[in-house]
Design a binder for this molecule. Structure first.
Ligand SMILES: [Zn+2]
Length: 328
């Protein structure tokens, strides 16, 4: 209980909470103190002080003082326990992980309502309903997320802060198939693949997270690394559950560390595109992985193919298995 309390107060600093409640304070000198009108009694000259470092308030007018919970007890006329429940709710509503999770759930619910989304998945060779659910694939039709999340109590500030809603106040993702991107079990981003004419790949601002589903893949002594989520989806569908995805050919420092966290063989399966960029990236990554003692094999798909198109065009698990065995 005591520790939860400290965590709660850290998650929702007193000053942030007061500002959410429209309290305006100005710095009182050079230190961490702010001063403004007291929200707890009527006054015309500011005597309400907040120390942002100590996370405490004190009012010289009415003599009240204490921490965030004390403030909520006084201002909302709640008991200690009721204040905690109230604040838990407030801090959840301010948590980016929670709002991204809600957005992901909402997008998953939309998938069945828009035949164009299911048609697109089918075109990309993704048919298995259990897999669609396992990968938490959703669909952003555009124009309905903002309303849905505001109705759940999330602030427009938070929606814009996470990038779900753009500065003009509209949903960021329009007509995109959406996958959640996780880091240590938290959703840190969403990846949206356009099914229309808009630019193909889009993320929200911020990190793209860990290698996909790393917790389940990392146990395997052999790991297949692909660059796209649809590559991963068809591989999992074909039974290659030791495939993971870096969402692009450029690995983040964290993703690279994950691949190197124990001895293993990595099968690099990047696109064989016309301009050779996928293979150049694979070459560079091979050198970096080998320098860390990781065995690397490069899987050579037929020219112009990626793992997704390989399966869409009729390739099967047996053929892909022989490509793995022939890998350089
Ligand atoms: Zn006061």
């Amino acid at each position: 209980m005591g520790e939860d309390l400290e965590q709660l107060k850290q998650r929702l600093p007193l000053l942030d909470y007061l500002r959410q409640q429209n309290w305006t304070g100005r710095p009182a000198g050079q230190g961490p103190e702010f001063v403004g009108l007291c929200p707890l009694h009527h006054e015309t000259r500011p005597s309400f002080y907040v120390n942002a470092r100590k996370n405490l308030f004190y009012c010289h007018g009415c003599g009240q003082g204490g921490d965030l919970i004390r403030f909520v007890e006084l201002s909302q006329h709640l008991s200690f326990r009721q204040s905690l429940t109230y604040l838990e709710q407030q801090s959840t509503l301010a948590d980016p992980d929670t709002v991204l999770r809600q957005a992901s759930v909402f997008y998953q619910q939309q998938l069945d309502r828009y035949p164009e989304a299911r048609r697109y998945l089918e075109q990309r060779g993704v048919r298995d309903l259990a897999l669609i659910r396992e990968l938490q694939i959703g669909y952003a039709p555009g124009g309905s997320l903002r309303r849905h999340l505001l109705a759940q109590g999330y602030s427009l500030d938070l929606l814009q802060g996470t990038g779900l809603v753009n500065p003009q106040g509209h949903d960021t993702f329009y007509q995109r198939v959406v996958f959640p991107c996780c880091q240590d079990g938290r959703i840190v981003n969403l990846y949206g693949r356009s099914i229309g004419t808009a630019f193909a790949h889009r993320f929200l601002p911020g990190s793209k997270g860990n290698l996909f589903a790393w917790e389940s893949v990392r146990q395997s002594p052999r790991v297949i690394l692909v660059e796209g989520m649809f590559d991963l989806a068809v591989l999992w569908q074909a039974g290659f559950h030791h495939a993971t995805c870096s969402l692009g050919t450029h690995l983040t420092a964290d993703q690279f560390r994950q691949l190197c966290d124990r001895p293993r063989t990595v099968y690099l399966t990047f696109d064989v595109d016309a301009n050779g960029s996928g293979q150049q990236a694979a070459q560079a990554l091979t050198h970096r992985l080998q320098a860390q003692g990781i065995t690397t094999r490069r899987v050579l798909l037929p020219p112009g193919e990626d793992p997704n198109s390989f399966f869409v065009q009729g390739g099967d698990a047996r053929q892909f298995q022989s490509l793995l065995e022939e890998a350089l």
